[in-house]
Design a binder for this molecule. Structure first.
Ligand code: SAH
Ligand code: SF4
Ligand code: F3S
Length: 466
């Protein structure tokens, strides 16, 4: 197999970015090496997402674009894996019969066997399993970036949000042992990583299954997730810990306290709101209400100096009235989000929301979407503008995507910052930067101290939540 090259295109969320790094690691242990693009790669893998309908369309569009390359070079291997493959199963092979292998969310570890079976086969090899045998985290990884790693703390989800297909595709929640997570992080730091992002569909229910199975496993006075944040605070050389996503219903004060007290835990909270209307939250089976959500926002801002809060919001859920949408606008404004991902509701097969009444005219949904996007853009612009003049720690990620004279990095609050490229701005370097100008989705700055003192943030001004 040596000498063969691969290219992976990843759709969807950070969980998929994590899985792609594992798929790359598995391929590299088989002797594959990375290729710069799908045209030159001997193996092209699409790691897919099914969260919204346009994710489906994009995959099939990109697969069609690959067909001529595959027909011109039958030795090229085309693999489709991940959430959309889990959802569509044999349909992928029917719609794109030139594909060689289809695997789901539970069997990345089986790639070598599936590829071996595909050698010379005329029909796609399809294997979709119902549950995960080997945690992807246990597989070798080839990281995209040397200084950053995704670390999965749990897989699956036990919630029943009526719009969401993820539990069907990723199965019930299973947590990794705290010691295993910490050991992985320590090994990553020894390998040059200084920032980790902890991943779970619902990070703050982390460990409940472990404690249920072994009541002695949990700490007495705090949740296992808070315990994990404290444990990672003791890892020398680990400068930044991020996590996504907590669920508002499971949020506990000990996590805010950890974000305040553990120096390497970053001051960024991604807290999905989904809707500002209590009626719609009920229909979504999201069991918190808007007042509770706003209390959490206020508590975060009061506890964690300079915290930035981002969110996910769905517009046009079935039955959403003008008044419900106004509630979303109102809560968005009160929360003063620093960043927001906004989505038009997309019906997903097998989810409870599909059977609800009150599905909306797409034109109405789109008009609401544009109003909300305008509001969240204004809030993001104001949030970034408040940073101008402050000095903040920036972790340089690499060359700016738009300007080779600049590098891009992130503040601890996850703001994107562009800096002039200098001898001190290699990827993975922490610098202090004075922020000089702001746009809604990025800032410009200049380096004030190369190699910033680690773990000591300059708090940015906070915004009152209400
Ligand atoms: N587990 C994460 C969410 C993962 S999906 C959490 O609970 O925070 C990421 C986001 O996609 C969700 O927060 C939601 O805003 C959006 N989303 C999920 N299903 C959707 C659908 N059917 N239509 C539109 N947006 C959806
Ligand atoms: Fe989906 Fe809800 Fe689970 Fe998030 S918490 S993955 S939105 S079911
Ligand atoms: Fe993520 Fe998309 Fe799957 S959001 S969990 S890759 S459906």
């Amino acid at each position: 197999m040596s000498g063969r090259t691969y290219f992976i295109r990843t759709f969807g969320c950070q969980m998929n970015a994590h899985d792609s790094e594992r798929a790359a690691g598995v391929l590299e242990t088989m002797g594959y090496r990375p290729a710069p693009d799908p045209a030159t790669a001997d193996l092209v893998l699409f790691n897919t997402c099914a969260i919204r309908e346009n994710a489906d369309q994009r995959l099939y569009g990109q697969l069609s674009a690959l067909k001529p390359l595959k027909l011109a070079d039958p030795g090229k291997t085309v693999v489709v894996g991940g959430c959309l493959a889990q959802k569509d199963q044999a349909t992928v092979a029917q719609r794109a019969p030139w594909v060689d292998v289809v695997y789901g969310t539970h069997n990345i570890a089986r790639l070598p066997q599936l590829l071996a079976r595909a050698d010379g086969a005329t029909l796609p090899v399809v294997e979709i399993l119902d549950h995960t045998e080997t945690f992807p985290s246990a597989l070798p990884a080839r990281r995209e970036v040397a200084h950053h790693a995704w670390v999965s703390i749990s897989i699956g989800c036990n919630n029943t949000c009526t719009f969401c297909i993820v539990p069907r595709l990723r199965g019930p929640e299973r947590s990794r042992k705290l010691g295993d997570v910490v050991a992985e992080v320590r090994a990553l730091v020894a390998d040059g990583v200084c920032e980790v992002s902890l991943l779970g569909q619902n990070v703050n229910s982390y460990g409940r299954d472990l404690v249920a199975a072994d009541p002695g496993a949990g700490p007495r006075n705090r949740t296992l997730f808070a315990e994990l944040l404290h444990a990672l605070g003791d890892v020398d050389g680990l400068e930044r810990v991020r996590f996504t996503s907590p669920h508002p219903k499971d949020f506990t004060a000990d996590v805010f306290a950890a974000m305040r007290d553990v120096p390497n835990v970053c001051e960024h909270l991604h807290l999905p709101l989904q809707s500002g209307s209590d009626r719609i939250l009920r229909r979504m089976q999201r069991s918190y209400r808007s007042a509770r959500y706003l209390d959490l926002v206020a508590e975060a801002r009061a506890t964690i100096p300079g915290v930035a809060i981002s969110t996910d919001i769905i517009v046009g859920f079935p039955g959403e009235s003008d008044d419900d949408f106004d509630d979303t606008l109102r809560v968005t404004e009160l929360a003063a989000f620093d960043a927001a991902f906004t989505f038009e509701y997309s019906p997903r097969p097998g989810t409870a929301a599909v059977a609800l009444d009150g599905h909306l005219d797409p034109a109405v949904v789109n008009a609401r979407y544009r109003r909300l996007a305008e509001l969240t853009r204004t809030l993001a612009a104001a949030s970034n503008a408040r940073q101008v003049g402050t000095v903040q720690q920036v972790l340089v990620d690499g060359e700016s995507k738009t300007d080779p004279q600049r590098v891009s990095g992130r503040t601890r609050t996850n703001r994107l910052v562009h800096l002039p490229r200098t001898a001190a701005t290699d990827p993975g370097t922490l610098v202090n930067a004075r922020l000089t100008s702001a746009a809604p989705f990025y800032l410009h700055g200049e380096v004030t101290t190369a190699r910033a003192q680690l773990g000591v943030p300059t708090p940015a001004p906070s915004t009152a939540a209400r």
